[in-house]
Ligand binder design. Structure first.
Ligand code: F6P
Length: 529
């Protein structure tokens, strides 16, 4: 990407935005199906990075649209903003923070020496802790090796580690078992702890702020569970470790300061799985596997910072997404992995994309002049084909979808795998081309739904690291284009405040008074004897 400099601006005021508006009016003359007849299209629209091929050829764009999208990137100064992020500038203005998750995987060459040192030192501590746990040298209060890891955390302190540990189960190479507890619903903790032995269980409490309600309540209940069964208050430090940037609060909770791994304000929660938040990934894969995971992401960072715009995968993903939402009226993005191992991908991307870019004010506080992030949802193919694909093929709203497939069959079941891939390709073909059925309107499939297909060479640590980093940078580029701050999340605070007096009313029988009549009625209904 080339750099240009002047201040970011309202996207709708940019010349490229206005040209794209005009081009979008003319699109009905050029159905997607017609564009797909061009044999040179795959060459123009397929780009690979980190063992993942991104096939954008089923996007509803022609060369004129592509040219204006690239102009939009230039006029929005995406590359200058990307360099500012990786150089450690304070780009999260509302929290006055730098955004340096790329430094966690060696993808921010110009980050300060101090940051590079803390990253390296923390990784060293993680590697030592991991080796001790994996080799059975780290022992519980009865001198037995740890067997079960209970990871307590929510949002960015949960979704990434669980996704990766689950997706890369085939690469797990230790005796450790992993359990994740995020929800404040006691059912989750109950099921996670069922059958566990406190002597061989290690709790990892992960919270950047160490003030998140769900994590506090779950950690407290886990501590009670441990105390009731072991009766050993002196063993808490041995069986509870933490990952946090708020050492004081963690120590107040009872964690041993020597058992804490750091987080930093320059890593956003939803970008934190590369840090000590990702400890379960390291424990599961071992040091070499974890490093491959980081390496996949680092390759994408390098590509993102250096690749020209026309072949820059995260940038193109963001530009096509912007085209789809802002010009073609797509109201949602369906994430459709055709691979069971990626069951948790949509959950992870929901936080990454929607918490980052679900914003209504620009960076100067003025109201946005266009739509920002649409709803992201998803599910596993082929299950979805027998559920919501009816709506995708014949529903009345515009949408877009990302298909994610894995080229290699790891189960030695070629028939399963080929059918899985055939279904993925057939679905994207149907979404693009549709079907004309003169005289039978109920069978008509309109088509013209743009999709991207991502083909992972294999589902290994490198490819998964690369895939997630592409989505991270896509999110960044879209935020840059929309001129919003992708790195704060003030919208989630209101509900947290409102829950406090409701909890007081439910728990202590306090008369509800600050809520609206409908909410008060529900509180009374819930507390009736
Ligand atoms: O409430 C939203 C949020 O702040 C996320 O951004 C974050 O990932 C999650 O809560 C957990 O926060 P913490 O790691 O501070 O417990």
């Amino acid at each position: 990407m080339t750099h240009s400099s002047s201040t970011p601006t309202t996207p709708t005021a940019l010349p490229a935005w206005q040209k794209l508006d005009e081009l979008a009016q003319r699109l009905p003359d050029q159905p997607l199906q017609a564009l797909l007849q061009d044999p040179t299209r795959p060459e123009q629209f397929c780009h690979a990075v980190g063992g993942c091929l991104f096939d954008f050829s089923k996007q509803w764009v022609d060369s004129r649209v592509l040219q204006q999208l690239l102009a939009l990137a230039e006029q929005s100064q995406v590359s200058r903003q990307a360099a500012a992020m990786c150089d450690g500038e304070i780009i999260n203005q509302t929290e006055q923070r730098a955004v340096l998750h790329t430094a966690l995987r060696g993808g921010a060459p110009n980050a300060s020496a101090e940051i590079k040192t803390v990253v390296r030192d923390t990784q060293q501590r993680m590697f030592e802790l991991s080796a001790a746990l994996r080799e059975g040298r780290y022992r519980g209060y009865t001198n037995k090796p740890i067997r079960d890891i209970v990871h307590i955390g929510i949002g960015g302190s949960h979704l990434g580690p669980e996704l990766v540990v689950h997706a890369l189960r085939d690469y797990a190479n230790s005796h450790l078992r992993f359990h994740f507890v995020a929800n404040i619903d006691a059912n989750e903790l109950h099921h996670a702890l069922a059958g566990l032995n406190p002597e061989t269980t290690l709790f990892v409490v992960v919270s950047k702020s160490f003030g998140t309600l769900e994590t506090q309540i779950n950690a407290n209940s886990a501590r009670s569970w441990f105390m009731e069964r072991s009766g050993r208050i002196d063993a808490i430090g041995q069986h509870f470790i933490g990952v946090t940037s708020n050492i004081e609060a963690a120590v107040e909770f009872g964690l041993d300061p020597t058992q804490l791994l750091p987080m930093w304000d320059w890593v956003g929660g939803r970008f934190s799985l590369w840090s000590a938040v990702g400890l379960p990934i390291l424990l599961s894969l071992g040091q070499a596997g974890f490093q491959q995971f980081l390496e996949g992401a680092r390759r994408v960072d390098e590509h993102f910072l250096n690749q020209p715009a026309h072949s820059n995968v995260p940038l193109l993903a963001a530009l096509f997404a912007t085209w789809n939402y802002n010009f073609l009226g797509a109201t949602s993005l369906a994430v459709l992995p055709y691979d069971e191992r990626l069951t948790l991908l949509a959950d992870y991307l929901q936080q990454l994309e929607m918490e980052s870019n679900g914003k209504s004010v620009q960076r100067d506080g003025s109201t946005v002049s266009t739509q920002t992030m649409p709803v992201l949802w998803g599910g596993i193919g082929t299950r979805g084909q027998h559920a919501y694909h009816q709506l995708l093929h014949q529903g009345s709203r515009a949408y877009t979808a990302d298909f994610i497939v894995v080229r290699r069959d790891t189960r030695g079941q070629p028939q399963h795998h080929q059918w899985l891939l055939a279904n993925a390709l057939a679905q994207s073909q149907a979404m693009a081309a549709g079907q004309a059925t003169p005289g039978e309107p109920h069978k008509h499939v309109p088509g013209n739904h743009p999709t991207t297909t991502v083909v992972l060479d294999d589902l290994g640590p490198t490819q998964l690291g690369a895939l997630l980093a592409v989505y991270e940078h896509k999110v960044f580029c879209q935020g840059a284009i929309w001129n919003i701050n992708s790195f704060d999340q003030w919208g989630v605070e209101l509900g947290k405040q409102l829950a406090k007096p409701i909890f007081a009313a439910l728990a202590n029988g306090e008369e509800p008074s600050t809520q609206d009549a409908a909410t008060q009625h529900l509180i009374k209904h819930l507390t009736q004897p």
